[in-house]
Design a protein around this ligand. Sequence first.
Ligand code: PAF
Length: 280
Amino acid sequence: MRIESTVRGVRAFVDAARREGRSVGLVPTMGAFHAGHLSLMRRAVADNDVTVVSLFVNPTQFGPQEDFSQYPRDLEGDAQKAREAGVSLIFAPSEEEMYPPGACTWVTVDRLTEGLCGRYRPGHFRGVTTVVTKLLNVVQPDRAYFGEKDYQQLQVIRRMVRDLLIPVEIIAQPTVREPDGLAMSSRNAYLSPEERQAAVRLPQALQAAADLVRQGATGADAVRRALELLQSEPLLRPQYVEAVDPETLEDRSASGAPLVLAAAVMVGKTRLIDNIRVNG
Ligand code: PAF
C-alpha cells in the first residue's frame, strides 16, 4: 500500500491503473478508523481493482467552536488498518495541498443542507461538499463510498454529484454499530464511561420511535416519543429529532413511512448523530 501526500502523486498512480484498464474506488475519510470505515474500505476493495482512501481532517467543515484541533489523528495506526483491509493507496494531503493559498471557491448545495445538522452547524456542508468535490476531481473514481450514519451528508453528496454531472457512482454502506447499538463514530472516543453508557439511549430512542411508525403512527408521534426518551436521560441534551423524506430530507412529520428519523444529541461536549430508516 502506498501513502501519497500530493495531488500529483495520486494522479500518477490512478492514471497508471487506468491505463491498465483497472477500476478505481474512493473512500473519503477524516481518519481515526473504526469498523464503520473498514466496512466502507472492504466494500470498495470488493467492488474495484484499486481502492484509494483519502485521509484529511478537513478544516472547512468545522465551526469555530468545534473539535477540529482535538479531532483524533493517527496516520500510522490508520495506515496499518487500511493495509489489512486491502487498500491500494492512502491520500493524506496537507491543508495547503487541498486549499492552495488564496483558495476562494466553494461548492454549495441548497435546500438539503438547510435543516437537520445544517441548522446547528452553519457552513459545515459547504466544507464537506467542497472537499468531496476536490477529492473526486483528484481521484476521478468510478465509485465513491459513504456511510449511512451521516445520512444528510450522504443525500447532499448524492444530490451534488447528480446536479454537477460528476461521473461517479455513490455507494452507501449501512451504519456499523457497537454490540449495544451505539453507532460507530470517531467521536465516541471523547465519551467518559458515564457518557458512553448514556449515549446508547440515542439508538434506543430512534428504534422505539421507528417501531411506532411501523405500527402506523405519524412522523410527529415518533419524534415526540424519541424526544421523551432522550430527555429522560439526564446526560443527553437533544439538538433535534426530525422525521424527513429519505431523499429530499423534507419534513415528513404529518405522514407515516417511508421516512428517516434523524437525531443529534450533545453528551457533555460531544455531539453524536444517528438515524433510522422506516420503509413503507
Ligand atoms: O464523513 C466524513 O468523514 C467527512 O465528512 C468527509 C466525507 C470525509 C469529508 O471530509
